[in-house]
Write a new protein. Structure first.
Length: 391
């Protein structure tokens, strides 16, 4: 089985087709000649989009920049990642879990050479490229992201490998092919002109289940509701996100709620969904259950693997502090205000106020040192700070 749009290159191929020499990137005509019995399938944009989102969510906390394309290529930028080797190992594991297949991995100086290295790696293995230029030199010009007429023009110019293209001046090829000509020369020389476009997690997500025949037993609805909450919790965990709004639909009936603190675990989601389902009295047997999370907390500050002391804006720290105070009381974080600095009694020298509420002193007689945040790990986790151990 091979997948490729009509008159375009092959996007992916099954292991059986690869045994006949079919490779990603070759033309559909070449694939048919090598494997006449192959079943040719058109791409499914909707399914490819879902797979892209799944891959990006799985890789999101491994690198500050993650990009995936509909053709199955995904990149993570390892610049600045402290444990790059561990990130690559974890990338392989997560891709296998998300797609059900062993990925081909390429580690190279830039996106272009990394993609070509991955295309030449064996299934489940990593191909390392230390120097892009010599690796790229013998490869054919068909590896360049050019239109068919531009590739024909290269052939007329006698440029059949990337080494040939690298010897041409950028301006000379730009005069023949336009801006893509300059980019082609830079790619062939290993200069890596391409920049990754960081993936941004979508602001909503949902899960649903169809019932055939329709269901009216409450226990069955609770069982399916828990399963859907578990699926959503796994997705939220991959994204490092939390739900601020939750909606449940049973056919045309629905219930919805805004929550003060983001929900992210199965227990948190099903705690609310299960309570609704136990009280719900559907007007008729249910044909479909849908759980929607229309409002997700921005996931940028929840990439805990990338967190380093000093990260985060003042607004993020303030919002985290407010969540702590709402949950555990105002005295979880205190600040001092000078009262009688010259007093011989230490407890009289300062008033103590809840942080953010300096107009309401908590006590005028506290002698303990100034705390910034209670170093209880359970409380500090909301700020992304884990005392005495790495996140």
């Amino acid at each position: 089985m091979v997948v490729g749009a009509w008159r375009e290159h092959i996007i992916c191929a099954s292991p059986e087709a690869e045994e006949f020499g079919v490779r990603v990137g070759m033309s559909q005509r070449q694939a048919q000649q090598l494997c006449p019995d192959a079943v040719l399938l058109d791409p499914d944009p909707a399914a490819a989009g879902r797979l892209r989102e799944l891959i990006c969510a799985a890789l999101y906390d491994l690198s500050p920049v993650v990009e995936a394309r509909l053709d199955g290529c995904a990149w993570i930028d390892l610049a600045g990642v402290v444990q790059a080797t561990e990130a690559v190992r974890e990338m392989r594991r997560r891709l296998r879990q998300a797609t059900g297949a062993d990925p081909r991995l390429g580690l190279a100086p830039g996106p272009f050479s990394a993609r070509l290295a991955a295309a030449r790696a064996r299934s489940g293995r990593l191909l390392r490229v230390a120097d892009a230029a010599p690796f790229l030199a013998p490869l054919p010009t068909s590896e360049l992201d050019l239109e068919p007429w531009q590739l024909e023009q290269l052939d007329l110019l006698g440029l059949r490998t990337l080494a040939d293209v690298a010897r041409i001046g950028p301006r000379q090829l730009e005069s023949q092919l336009g801006k893509p000509g300059r980019l082609a020369v830079e790619r062939a020389r290993g200069l890596e002109p391409d920049r990754l476009t960081p993936w941004t997690p979508p602001a909503t997500t949902s899960a649903h289940r169809q019932f055939d025949p329709p269901v009216e037993e409450r226990e069955a609805l609770l069982f399916v509701g828990r399963a859907l909450c578990n699926d959503l919790a796994q997705e939220l965990a991959l994204r490092g996100a939390g739900a601020k709004q939750l909606r449940v639909r049973l056919d045309t009936e629905e219930k919805e709620s805004l929550v003060r603190h983001p929900l992210s675990s199965t227990a948190e989601l099903f705690g609310l969904v299960g309570a609704w389902l136990r009280e719900w009295q559907p007007a008729a047997p249910v044909e479909e259950m849908r759980i929607e999370l229309p409002l997700l907390e921005a996931a940028g500050r929840r990439q805990l693997r990338l967190w380093a002391r000093g990260d985060g804006s003042a607004d993020e720290v303030k919002a985290a502090l407010e969540r702590l105070q709402e949950r555990h009381g105002a005295e979880v974080a205190l600040q001092p205000e000078p009262a009688l600095p010259a007093s011989p009694v230490p407890s009289q020298r300062f008033h103590w106020h809840a942080l953010g509420a300096s107009d309401a002193p908590i006590s005028t007689r506290r002698s303990r040192p100034v705390p910034v945040i209670d170093e209880n790990p359970r409380l500090s986790r909301d700020l992304g700070f884990f005392p005495h151990r790495a996140p």
